[in-house]
Design a protein around this ligand. Sequence first.
Ligand SMILES: [Zn+2]
Length: 97
Amino acid sequence: MKCVFCNHDLEKGVQTIERRVRGQLHYISNVPVDLCNKCGEVYIDDSTVTAINKILKSPELSQSENSLQFDFAILNGIQLSKFETSATTNLNQFVSS
Ligand SMILES: [Zn+2]
């Protein structure tokens, strides 16, 4: 996958995403993203956006008057080592070609 802005190759990673709900800023950490290291653009796929929106609609969050932090990986049962594994696979493919 390439960056639509600068055509640089994207890399898999995780980021903390900020979202404002009713004027209150909340943070979701460990969100799987595709990152452009050249221009800094961050891409989030549709299923991840859907999962984030689900978190943002939770009663816990909408009733909170404080800023909350959620861990996307824990909430969705994602093991972060999965991303490290795929990065290693990509590297191996790059080396062999
Ligand atoms: Zn870019």
